[in-house]
Write a protein that binds this ligand. Structure first.
Ligand SMILES: [Cu+2]
Length: 184
């Protein structure tokens, strides 16, 4: 056991070095938390887009720790001309998405997760493709809590969540969707 303990200490030095290197790397795997007023935002991320895509999607989790309902809108992104909050629903067997009018309500004590197949931030008219390993910025506006900028690490195409390996379904959008804009 003593010998093992000695090896373990040397292993510990190597592990410390790896940790230090990870802290220098882009925030791909590290979830960032944000607070604004009574609102807590965790794990923002965006999905990589194919070359030529006109829009992209970002996701995050919002908790309202306050006593009044609040409403989330996305007002800007450094990667797109517009940012909108979209909802998805089935229409005649086809998944469609549309902007949430007046912002996404988050009730007191409620946690809402924006994720593939559900609510998402739509980055409309992308200025450039979202590259895996990079980050994009979005400005969130809460009706009551105020405005906050979040950094979204870009995760590989087809990811259902940061670190997940399974896909999250196909997204379609009326009048110019993500899939439609894929150029080969
Ligand atoms: Cu959308």
């Amino acid at each position: 056991m003593t010998e093992y303990a000695g090896k373990h200490i040397r292993g510990g030095v190597a592990a410390a070095f790896v940790l230090a290197a990870m802290q220098l790397a882009p925030a791909a795997a590290r979830a960032a938390d944000y607070n604004v007023g009574s609102i807590h935002v965790t794990q923002p991320w965006a999905r990589a887009t194919p070359k030529g895509a006109s829009s992209g999607a970002g996701y995050l989790t919002v908790t309202n720790n306050g006593t009044a309902p609040d409403r989330l809108t996305c007002t800007a992104s450094d990667a797109a001309a517009q940012c909108q909050i979209h909802t998805m629903s089935m229409d005649n067997g086809v998944m469609k998405m549309r902007p949430v009018e007046g912002g996404l309500e988050i009730k007191p004590g409620e946690t809402v997760t924006l994720k593939p197949g559900g609510y998402h931030m739509m980055l409309v008219h992308l200025k450039h493709p979202l590259e895996p390993g990079s980050t994009v910025e979005a400005t969130l506006q809460f009706e009551k809590a105020g405005t906050i900028k979040v950094e979204m690490p870009v995760v590989a195409m087809g990811a259902a969540a940061p670190g997940a390996t399974t896909g999250g379904g196909t997204m379609m959008m009326q009048g110019g969707g993500m899939m439609q804009s894929t150029l080969h």
